[in-house]
Design a protein around this ligand. Structure first.
Ligand code: NAP
Length: 341
């Protein structure tokens, strides 16, 4: 363990973490950004972003992240490889045990570790993610004008993706592994009533076809009248296989917030693991958690909006909240930055 105590550590280097880093670095807090297991976060899986304010021609997800990192570095943010495996957060300084084996100590922590979209585990998904295969209809739907597209999943995310995609695509087919949707009635009704959206029940995605040059060109689906066809096939039961021509595939099978390292801490999370942030005394939104000096920004605390621009917004809020917190810590209560404890 190094003797140095950081003023502020930002866990995660997606758009929320980078936005927090820019604000914190400009406030001279010399933030240390832990890059995490997926440096750059979910945006690195998106090709072009057209709805991020200020880029009328659109910008590549990777480019936006690289520019954000450059901006944060220019103001004095430091970046370190590694993710937090466990943490002690109730005392000052907080102790973070990293995947690299190191321990980092800090007075304040912004958790911006994001949420990872679940993947189906279909053939070719690694190769085609960002090239016609997507986990975000809002981000990539507009690239599929006139296409036939598939949405995988049977919950509200899948319904929402399908409704959004139906604005652009010629047809949208929701592929669900059983014959019943778990979506809320209102969403399911909207989808059922939509002329351009169909369901393919008791069906799963086996493989996606295409290339990074041509994008997605087709998909292989497997079906069984009793549902869960992949499991049935693995048990040796006969399933029906078909290949369909499609120009896009969207995964809508849910997200998992990256908060496993908080399990042994008292940072409050909802039943799905998303961090719960607290309102201030007037009921207005903040990025504070109930643990002093621990803040949350971006998708890790947001199962609802999940947009790059909202993540950037809450990232800046978290930096401002952290700055306010650090100002209230009496100089006498903590050693100066860089001093040995
Ligand atoms: P979810 O409710 O957990 O639904 C995930 C869906 O994906 C389920 O239908 C599930 O099938 C299917 N699935 C999971 N793993 C799969 C796999 N490996 N292969 C194929 N299918 C798979 O997740 P969600 O839809 O993201 O919703 C999460 C929460 O956010 C919910 O509370 C939801 O109401 C809320 N939400 C609300 C809105 C809205 O109101 N506008 C929008 C999005 C999300 P099974 O049904 O067979 O398990």
């Amino acid at each position: 363990m190094s003797g140095e105590i950081q003023e502020l550590v930002i866990a995660g280097s997606g758009v929320a973490g980078l936005s927090a880093a820019v604000y914190a670095a400009r406030a001279d807090l010399k933030p240390l950004v832990l890059e995490g297991d997926e440096p750059g976060g979910q945006l690195t899986l998106t090709t072009d972003i057209e709805n991020y304010l200020g880029f009328p021609e659109g910008i590549g997800g990777m480019e936006l992240i690289q520019r954000g990192k450059e901006q944060a570095t220019q103001f004095g943010a430091e970046f370190q490889y590694g993710s937090i495996e466990s943490a002690t957060l109730d005392e000052d300084p907080k102790e973070l045990s990293l995947s690299t084996g190191e321990t980092v100590r800090t007075h304040a922590l912004i958790v911006a570790t994001g949420a990872s979209a679940r993947w189906v585990n279909a053939e070719n998904e690694e190769k085609l993610m960002g090239y016609g295969l997507s986990t975000c209809a809002t981000c990539d739907g507009a690239f599929h004008r006139g296409d036939d597209v598939l949405v995988i999943g049977g919950g509200d995310s899948a319904m929402e993706e399908a409704l959004f995609l139906a604005k652009f695509a010629d047809s949208v087919t929701i592929v669900h592994r059983r014959d019943e949707s778990r979506a809320s009635e209102i969403m399911a009704t909207r989808v059922r009533d939509h002329d351009d959206i169909a369901f393919h029940w008791n069906t799963e995605l086996q493989a996606i076809h295409g290339s990074q040059e041509d994008g997605v060109t087709g998909a292989t689906l497997v079906s069984h009248p009793d549902g869960y066809p992949k499991r049935k096939a693995a048990e040796g039961v006969d399933v029906t296989t078909e290949t369909v021509d499609v120009g896009g595939v969207f995964y809508g099978i849910g997200h998992t917030p990256n908060t496993g390292f908080l399990e042994e801490t008292s940072v409050p999370r909802d039943q799905d693991g998303y961090i719960l942030t607290q309102p201030d005394g007037t009921g207005r939104m903040t990025t504070k958690t109930t643990v002093e000096g621990v803040f949350a920004a971006g998708d890790v605390a947001d199962p609802t909006y999940r947009q790059a621009i909202t993540a950037a917004g809450t990232g800046s809020m978290a930096a401002l909240d952290a700055e306010g917190f650090l100002e209230t810590l009496e100089e006498t209560e903590r050693p100066a930055v860089g001093a040995s404890a």
